[in-house]
Ligand binder design. Structure first.
Ligand code: ATP
Length: 374
């Protein structure tokens, strides 16, 4: 990967009438990245991709490829190619003719077309299936035809619009791995639009999270999960317990959040430099909360990195969803709030078992909560 961005969006806005679909987005994608645009339905991610492909024109701002403004470059002259969610293969053509289509339009010599079609089919593991018609293929194979057809023209950037959404869950998972391997093999920059956060986290080297046309955060999957910059991102990526409160203490070495939803103070082992006395949100991931048995009259457990009386709260188990490798518990605390706790079943046989209606302690480390200011 070089440091030269292959794609740059500069203050790009797209309006449809009064509706702002993309709102002042600035973003760079590096060469060789597997980049994902992620967000709920209607957030503007497809519009952003379509502007890059040239199917829509920005109302304001510029899009650069390799530093060149592409505003006046028609879609078929841009070094990008798009794979759509509905496969978009021609049903009356054989697989080989589907894949060859773009090269034929460009009047590439027949011998070269034949060689490149074979190469492209091998690349997507469809070698030997060139004579079939699309209706003689499975959904996953049809999607691979669409990939081969897009890749055969050797674009600098491949755009993928919800490429796996038409596939069933099992096939989706398999195709995820294949897409990743394919991208590593061809070394082309991939930009994928998806509303499926698991898919984005599993595939992308970096993700951009959008909401209502606005770019909320751009980061690696693990940074998005561990260090979300807003409630929206914390909630959209994975599962989270959000506690609204105020910063009662904010020193360089530690901070305390007081929330009306919790009977205890939340102690943090670092400063926040937030608005003292102002509203903040503590975001605690369900797997960062430990469950412990509560004995009548017993002391709350202390994980050792927070003062006694903080970061341990009593509750009653109200629900368990058993997911095989893990279980998700819903624990009701004083005041009625339900807290989600994710517990690995890896060593369940020698772990304490928890039953519905049982009173437990919920504990977390002083480094676990992320503090969000918006
Ligand atoms: P989805 O996941 O549902 O495809 P998205 O995040 O890709 O959603 P976009 O398709 O980019 O969202 O649409 C963003 C907003 O712009 C939506 O409110 C949509 O209705 C609107 N929009 C998109 N294209 C047009 C159009 N051609 N004319 C009018 N409004 C449009």
């Amino acid at each position: 990967m070089t440091n030269q961005p292959i794609i740059t969006f500069e203050n790009v806005t797209k309006r449809f009438g009064k509706m702002v679909a993309v709102d002042n987005v600035s973003l760079s994608v590096e060469e060789g990245e597997f980049f994902s645009l992620l967000g709920p339905s209607g957030c503007g991610k497809t519009t952003l991709l379509r502007m890059l492909a040239g199917f829509e024109t920005p109302t304001e701002g510029r899009i650069l490829i390799d530093g060149q403004d592409i505003s006046n470059v028609p879609p078929n002259k841009r070094p990008v190619n798009m794979v759509f969610q509905s496969y978009a293969v021609f049903p009356h053509m054989s697989v080989a003719d589907n894949v060859a289509y773009g090269l034929k339009v460009d009047r590439t010599p027949a011998a070269e077309i034949k060689r490149r079609v074979e190469e492209a089919l091998e690349l997507v593991q469809l070698g030997g299936l060139g004579d079939r018609k699309p209706d003689q293929l499975s959904g996953g194979q049809r999607q691979r035809v669409a990939l081969a057809r897009a890749l055969i023209k050797r674009p600098r950037v491949l755009l993928l619009d919800e490429p796996l959404s038409a596939l069933d869950a099992k096939l989706r998972e398999q195709m995820r791995t294949e897409l990743c391997t394919l991208q590593e093999k061809v070394g082309i920059t991939f930009i994928m639009v998806t509303h499926d956060q698991d898919e984005a986290l599993a595939l992308a080297s970096r993700c951009a999270v959008m909401n209502r046309g606005v770019l909320k955060q751009v980061a690696t999957p693990s940074d998005l999960y561990e260090f979300p910059n807003s409630r929206f991102v914390a909630d959209f990526i994975g599962s989270v317990n959000l506690f609204e409160g105020v910063l009662a203490v904010d020193e360089p070495s530690h901070a305390v959040i007081r929330s009306p939803d919790l009977p205890i103070d939340i102690f943090l082992d670092h400063g926040v430099t937030g608005p003292r006395g102002g509203t903040v949100w503590a975001a605690i991931r369900p797997e960062k909360i430990e469950l412990h048995k509560k004995v009548e009259g017993g002391e709350p457990p202390n994980l050792g990195d927070a003062p006694k009386g903080t970061n341990a709260v009593a509750g009653i188990i109200r629900h368990e969803a058993y997911l095989g490798g893990s279980s998700v518990y819903e624990v009701e605390i004083a005041g009625g709030r339900r807290v989600k706790v994710h517990r690995s079943n890896l060593t369940r046989w020698d772990q304490e078992d928890f039953k519905l209606g049982e009173t437990v302690w919920l504990c977390w480390h002083a480094c676990s909560p992320a503090v969000l200011l918006s």
